[in-house]
Write a protein that binds this ligand. Sequence first.
Ligand code: ADP
Ligand code: ZN
Ligand code: ZN
Length: 734
Amino acid sequence: MINACLVAVDVKHPKAKKEYTYLIPKDMQSSINLGDVVRVPFANMKTTGVVTELLDTSSCEPADYKLKSIIDKEPVSLPAELLELAKSLSKYYGTPLIDFLRLMLPPSLGYKTERVYFLQSNADNSKISKRAFNQKQIFDYIAKAECATENEISKNLKIPLSSVRSALTALCKKEIIKKDYKIVRRKPFSISYSSSSQDIILTEEQENAIKTIVESYYNSKKTVLLYGVTGSGKTEVYLRAIDEVIKTGKKVLMLVPEISLTPQMLSIFQNRFKDKTAVIHSKLSAGERFDEWQRICSGKALVTLGARSAIFAPIQDLGMIIIDEEHETSYKNGEHPYYDARMVAQLRAKQQNALLVLGSATPSVESFYRACKGEYLLAELTKRVSGRHLPKLEVIDMREELKAGNRHIFSRKLLYGMKETLEQKKQVILFLNRRGHSTFVICRDCGFVLKCKYCDISMTYHFEDKTARCHYCGYTIKAPDICPKCSSRNIRYFGAGTEKVEEEARRFFPEYSTIRIDSDSTRKKGSLEKMLASFKKGNAQILVGTQSIAKGLDFPNVTLVGIISADTILNVPDFRSGERTFQLITQVAGRSGRGETRGKVYVQTYNPESFAIQAACNFDIEGFYKEELKNRKEANYPPFCRMLNIVFKGNDENLVKKEADKIGKMLQQQFSTKIKMYGPVPAPRSKIRENYRYNILIKSDQIDILINICNQMNILNIDNKIDISWDIDPLDLL
Ligand code: ADP
Ligand code: ZN
Ligand code: ZN
């Protein structure tokens, strides 16, 4: 007989790392199930938790301490599939179960209700007096509508709200009607379905791609890599494949990199799947997310669209997971609990017998490699739809500009191109991967560089509010006009950010309108959508943005794209910097010439000979992957090994180093030849938020060993002033 259970308790206590046993009170024994959210006593408080195991303790030795009992059950339960997924992830990442369960639960247990009125089961309208005209009308209305709110009644019967209320009160008193509460669903966006569903005739390549996906869905369920150049119509392929999966009664989960991609994708999906679409993203309120969670869980949503965390959406009967722009780094969670949505998707697809489809114009080197080896099926779209050409890319050597005396952030060619494009009534997009105005504040006299008080990072100047901000911890001060060190007035700003680009574009082209889209200018909910729509309509001719905002956008009137600096990523000390630069240029170039006119892209750089830049500009995609794989193999980097990064943090640098050394020695002894260990060394960003950071990087070709190490880290004895975290397949070693 089930009389107890294991509960993963939702507390952020460092010692609360596992599940605890609780007794189930007699009256609840038949109603407690796996995945149920329950209230339990913990230490001296009450908290929630998830039932992860049902137990029968009657045959056990009595414990030498008294078990506590579950207090109550919440009206929310995790589907069994998710609980199973959380258990696998907890083992894989060596991370407490609750840390994954938390990502799967709805954000709050609050929901919005509204008051509705029903007829009583044996309602008798003869109790209504003949002269109570309103009451009679309202009775008839409710009888027909079955359930109605005050506002609905007032609006439809054209009776003032106050009269409706008094009539309702009277009817309730006579026990003719009763009131109740109904959960109201909030709509995340106001949806207006467009009626113009132009019929698309698929290209042969699209037909083939769909065939590959559908066949795999019905047969092998082997992961498909949809590798299609920008503008080749990948979205249409997804939509048709989704149609097919839905026909079989299964649900689909579609991941997109960031909320910024969602407006266009969202409207496409909502037009296609109407109210069968659910959306999850970070800009929804807690209540909205709760509602969507319920809708997905109850099976009312057939297609769920969302960013990284949507991989944990409570979908049962899952038939297919699509990851669009699969190469995007935002699929990796950069903080605890570290996870990679692509890895989670693989696991989830396997557990729920679903098909995984990865799509990209610039697949990650890892995925490309797997497709080459035959681990993935490959579906290719090599051409843009309707015979449109890929844009023409040109590398611009900024050193030559300097030699010619041009110190502007725009090269002469780009400037001329902008002028020409604008005169032809076309639009221009300028990309720069740095927010703010200037990335350095420096004193010309003493060389002082303004750095964050808490981080070893230089502060960025923001012109709009004349502040200097740390982009790591958010520390903000008024921008100094005299040097804090030598009091000189000779303060200068260097390193252009998007604000500066905007300023320069306005200065050169005052007769045109310029807008800037980055995370500073789009803080307000809905503002990004508005700005994008406004640009599409042609209200502005120049768009300045960080490239993360602009991927996947489709603006037919844009014929010129300027990449202000291709070097911002190339110069990052990371083995993936070449891959990222290649992807950045190719993706950004894909925004140009999506209409009738062939687009042009100028790529400004101080490293024109870089292989990644050259390959991207020549569309030598296969060449790039070949060379990159060769280099990775030589240097033993993924996909030829797996990596684990262990980070030690604390405000006492000596202690951080000591503990890191201790763990390093232990791992080296235990695993000696099975791993390759680098460090401990100070992390590239050695101090953030007053915390010193040391890294140990481990490479191994056996993932099981890395998993083993993670699970050891989880139960490690380490000075509690030190914070330790570990990250399998890290994307960012900084
Ligand atoms: P990708 O995601 O591959 O960059 P999109 O899916 O955004 O490309 O498609 C680019 C444009 O082409 C979209 O406006 C889409 O509606 C349109 N499109 C897709 N397939 C076809 C087709 N077979 N014929 C005509 N237009 C198409
Ligand atoms: Zn100075
Ligand atoms: Zn800081």
